[in-house]
Write a protein that binds this ligand. Structure first.
Ligand code: FES
Length: 143
């Protein structure tokens, strides 16, 4: 079996939603200390929905594919749904990632959550801190 699924290759070669939203409502940037990869997510929120989302990823192919898929999964979704996005959902939507690349999808989940938290902070919206666990380095995937 090929190491990477067709979907991973497709989202790596033709990433969706790449770019910057100048007047974003929330911006989240996270990095993985071990591999040095960085991901930045921009959100535009209207009527409590993700009206637009863009990303910039300085990282590996799996990180690019994960960011692309994650943005596709949350676009148009209510904020409450987008907040539930997990790296497992991103990985499943990509038809899997090799075990040593799972942390790349974790970066996508964390970047979206960081952008959402920024949106709440900027707009003075109260939230439950436990929804936003501190970013981690995903020790168990051994980068
Ligand atoms: Fe670091 Fe993929 S995000 S190797």
């Amino acid at each position: 079996m090929a190491l990477y699924s067709e979907k991973v290759m497709d989202h790596f070669r033709n990433p969706r939603n790449v770019g910057v939203i100048e007047d974003a409502d929330g911006v989240g940037e996270v990095g993985n200390a071990k591999c040095g990869d960085i991901m930045k997510i921009y959100l535009k929120i209207k009527d409590d929905k993700i009206d637009d989302v863009k990303f910039e990823t300085f990282g590996c192919g799996s990180a690019i594919a994960s960011s692309s898929m994650a943005t596709e999964l949350i676009k148009g979704q209510p904020v409450s749904e987008a907040l539930k996005l997990t790296n497992q959902a991103v990985t499943e939507a990509l038809d899997g990632l090799p075990a040593h690349k799972l942390h790349c999808s974790v970066l996508a989940e964390e970047a979206i959550k960081a952008a959402m938290k920024d949106y709440y902070d900027r707009h003075g919206i109260a939230y439950d801190e436990s929804q936003f666990p501190a970013a981690h380095d995903c020790e168990h995937c051994g980068v």
